[in-house]
Structure formats: C-alpha cells, structure tokens
Design a protein around this ligand. Structure first.
Ligand SMILES: [Zn+2]
Length: 247
C-alpha cells in the first residue's frame, strides 16, 4: 500500500490520529518523512551496494549522464552513493572515540571530525541524491577523493571539465564548490547532487529540529553540542552550498 493511500485509509477509519507522535505522520504537505531525511529508511532507494544504492530517480538521471560521458571515453564511476544513518554513525563514532581517547575535549573532537565527515543524520548521502564520482578510465591514485586529482594534470581532469560543461544539463550540480567565500565543508570536486530530488528534500530537511534529532537518535557526543554549535553547523555545513541547490 502506498503511504498516501495508507494515510487516506487511516483517516477513513478515523481513529486516534491525533494521539500519534507527529514524526510518524508528517503534515500532509510534507512529502518526506523524518526517516527518509536522516537515512533511516526510504522506499525510493534502490540498488544493492555501497556504490549502486541511490534514489531511483538519481539512478535514471545518472545512467543518461554516464552514457553521454561514455561517448567521450569518460567512465563515470561512483565511489560512494547512498549512505545510511547507521553507517554514518559508525564513521562518526569511530573518530569521536579515537579523538577523545587522544585527549581532545568532546566539542574539539567534533570540530575535528566535521572538517571531513558529517554528523549522522546530516549527510546529503542519506538522501540517495548525492554521489561521489571519479573517471574509471583514468589511472587511479591511491587516494581518489582529493581535489588535486581533478585539477592541473590530475587523472580526473578530463571528467571534471566534461562535468563542468555538461552535468547541469542532466540535473547534477556540484555541492561543495570552490567558492572562497563558502564556509562549511571543503571543496569537493567529486560530489554531485541530483537537484530534482535533493532540492525538495533540503526544503523539508530545513524544518527538522536538529537538536531534537541528535538527542533522540542518541548521536554520540550530542550532549555536548551547544545551541551555537548547532546553529553554525546548520548555517555553514548544511546550507552554505552551491546556491543552485537551494530552493
Ligand atoms: Zn560525497
């Protein structure tokens, strides 16, 4: 049964809707559930591996873009696509445990983590709309996701130039651009987002109360998140992105 039908039928039955917690049934004009927004379950995510799991519409658009790139001998290879809340939690907590064991105070450890990684529940990879890509036809350096590989004489320059020219016509936009004024996550020339789905998801995401999410999902260290920290994280790490991806 589709969710809409389920809600309709539930309304027809007409009992007890008001006593259910609001996160089970979001308001009717809200197309995404909290679970979808924080990577805890989304029926639109298809695929069976770390690199093939993504939103079904992202997958269709990516196929079109990859076919076009292939005609110019560029093999768009996904190295990371959908990432679940649980997976992000493991990455985050692994680093948190290591940094605090090394003597960093909780908030200092978190600042260090978020230079490169997101807090679980806040990754755009949770949506299945965002992908990290390289050129599978180019020689592969040891560490693929580094900006230098996409510039100068880097192996992925040809793909990067092609994407600069063509990605937007397939609906894909670079998220963490090279704009020196931009704050938050560093420049990521490999990270692209399928705007047709990620833009409305970001609109819905902005309505989430992150402090509540962190506490309810028991994110490690979240007891140390100050309101100022959360406000800045939201402003810089979540919203200071390519303006074309903001609604
Ligand atoms: Zn990424």
């Amino acid at each position: 049964m589709k969710r809409k039908d389920f809600i309709k039928n539930t309304l027809l039955i007409g009992t007890g809707l008001s006593i259910l917690p609001s996160f089970i049934f979001p308001p009717f004009d809200e197309p995404y559930t909290r679970s979808q927004l924080i990577g805890k379950g989304n029926p639109d995510i298809v695929g069976d591996s770390y690199t093939s799991k993504m939103h079904r519409e992202t997958k269709l658009a990516l196929k079109k873009m990859s076919d076009a790139a292939a005609s110019e001998n560029i093999k768009i290879e996904v190295v990371s696509a959908f990432r679940s809340f649980q997976r992000q939690k493991e990455i985050f907590e692994g680093k948190y445990n290591r940094f605090t064991a090394e003597g960093l105070a909780p908030l200092a450890a978190i600042e260090k983590i978020i230079a490169y990684s997101t807090i679980p529940g806040t990754s755009r990879h949770h949506w299945g709309t965002d992908i990290d890509i390289i050129d599978g036809n180019a020689p592969r350096p040891n560490s693929v996701l580094q900006a230098k590989n996409f510039h100068g004489n880097g192996p992925f320059c040809k793909m990067k130039e092609w994407l600069d020219k063509n990605a937007e016509s397939f609906g894909f936009y670079e998220v963490y651009t090279n704009d020196p004024q931009r704050k938050g996550f560093k420049y990521e020339p490999w990270h692209f987002s399928y705007a047709a789905v990620s833009k409305p998801m970001l609109v819905a995401y902005r309505d989430l109360d992150l402090k509540t999410v962190f506490q309810e999902e028991k994110v490690k260290g979240s007891a140390h998140f100050t309101d100022d920290f959360i406000t800045r994280y939201r402003k810089e790490n979540i919203l200071d992105i390519n303006p074309r991806l903001l609604a």
